[in-house]
Design a protein around this ligand. Structure first.
Ligand SMILES: Nc1ncnc2c1ncn2[C@@H]1O[C@H](COP(=O)(O)OP(=O)(O)OP(=O)(O)O)[C@@H](O)[C@H]1O
Length: 238
């Protein structure tokens, strides 16, 4: 299975001087096609920073981050944005749906930004909405959808196209357990179809959908459970 995400010795320091915070203190992690890795750890341990750096929304202070074989740390802002759009799908805590766009338009947006013609983008967006069981809501605006429906629109947007890397930060949020399980099923299906994923969660039941779990503490991987990947190292202790 090919490697989709390869992080090596990644350090991320926020702020400067007295206000400096080391959010990631040397994280190495390999995620392959077909693999979903759960990321757990207390508040402030670096989970969101890990996701943001993995997906090129934030840059590492040092270390290497490769997505589909491309070193994103070395890319300029425009090329990094291209990798984000083409290869990375995100599902965040705050769903970031655009209120003025319908469900289908929200899902089509990353494709259109990437130059896919509007008609084709809409077709693919609707196909993704069918997958999440929301075809009938395609022309509705976010404010007319329930929380669970909005979550599924966000998932459809993350999974549309051929994204190789799916990054999910508490994707089930405040959903009831039935809807939450449906969202996890969708994520798992997408991974099984050949993507790689990182899933930040506080919920051990959701982590159970992953192939392995890494535990972060103070910006380091404390331990990795499940089908062990020897490359998930604690840099400081290695
Ligand atoms: N933009 C920023 N500027 C300064 N410090 C930051 C910034 N982003 C994160 N931090 C700090 O980096 C550390 C790691 O934060 P991060 O959000 O990655 O943790 P987390 O594990 O996702 O926490 P939570 O579970 O509460 O979301 C924290 O100490 C946080 O305060």
């Amino acid at each position: 299975m090919s490697v989709v995400l390869e992080m090596t010795g990644v350090v991320r320091v926020h702020g400067q001087g007295a206000g400096e915070v080391v959010a990631l203190a040397g994280v190495s992690l390999t995620v392959r096609e077909g693999e979903l890795v759960a990321v757990m750890g207390p508040s402030g341990s670096g989970k969101s920073t890990l996701l943001n750096v993995a997906g090129g929304l934030d840059t590492a202070t040092s270390g290497s981050v490769q997505v589909c074989g491309r070193e994103i740390a070395w890319l300029g802002a425009a090329e990094r944005a291209e990798v984000r759009r083409q290869d990375v799908g995100y599902v965040f805590q705050d769903l970031n749906l655009v209120p003025a766009l319908t469900a289908a338009e929200n899902v089509a947006l990353p494709l259109e930004l990437d130059g896919v013609r509007a008609g084709v983008a809409r077709e693919r967006a609707i196909a993704a909405l069918v997958l999440v069981g929301l075809e009938s809501a395609r022309d509705r605006f976010p404010e007319d959808l329930s929380g669970g429906q909005q979550q599924r629109v966000a998932i459809a947007r993350a999974l549309v196209g051929r994204r190789q890397l799916v990054l999910a930060d508490e994707p089930t949020g405040a959903l009831d357990s039935v809807t939450g399980d449906a969202v996890m099923r969708l994520l798992r299906d997408r991974i099984d179809a050949g993507a790689a994923g990182l899933l930040v969660t506080h919920d051990a039941r959701h982590a159970a959908w992953a192939d392995r779990t890494i535990h972060l503490r103070d910006g380091r991987i404390l331990r990795s459970d499940g089908a062990g990947e020897p490359a998930d190292l604690m840099e400081a202790d290695a």
